[in-house]
Design a protein around this ligand. Sequence first.
Ligand code: IPE
Ligand code: IPE
Ligand code: MG
Length: 237
Amino acid sequence: MITVNKENLPVHIGFIMDGNGRWAQKRGLPRKFGHREGAAAFRKIARYCKKIGIRYITFYAFSTENWSRPKDEIDELMKLFGEYIDEVSDYAEENTRLIFLGDKSAFGKEMADKMSELERNSRDFSDMTLMLAMNYGGRNDIVHAARQIAAMVENKEIRHTDVDESLISGLLYTGGIPDADLIIRPSGEKRLSNFLIWQSAYAELYFTDVLWPDFTPKELDKALEDFASRKRRFGGV
Ligand code: IPE
Ligand code: IPE
Ligand code: MG
């Protein structure tokens, strides 16, 4: 049942899927069980967002800093990503566009090719755009854009005075996607951890102590209700 007020919905929501490890540890289970539950929560939340008419959703699945985790945990996460990518290889029915944010090459050629193919095949799907930030870091996103700009100047395609905010925005991994309106972080941490730092310049932030595997559509409704009550001024009065 949809209880959320359809007015004042954010256009683009970013989810920092945090707290999987603690969810498992609380139950005396290895961390990987938390990642499995987290993946299930991700699927449920993505489906619910589509149902209530959210146009753009971004999920932070793996940061550029997460490579510092133990190998067996990374292996488990890679296994889960692989399973998801195989599962969505037929996305036609869903009419959902899929975009991966971050440098895909870190996942190996086979997986990177599948990711690019999914992006190509879903390019014209327009009900919702689902972005998965994998091997993503906000600073790396900006460096990646800066390098493209440096090459354009070097090749004399543009002059340094042509560099402006819209040029940079367009060259980020999220090029063409509206900025985030709402960033949701569960698990009690109150930081962005290098997620969409450029794109969240004017995002509303919502923090909750609920751990990501326990984040249900009902929890999302609470965040949406809170968002609807915020006064966004964008520097105005
Ligand atoms: C999942 O939560 C986020 C990923 C990096 C995949 P964590 O694994 O960070 O869980 P906690 O913060 O240790 O509880
Ligand atoms: C942020 O969570 C990254 C993802 C959710 C993918 P972390 O657990 O890595 O963040 P920190 O280390 O607590 O800042
Ligand atoms: Mg964490």
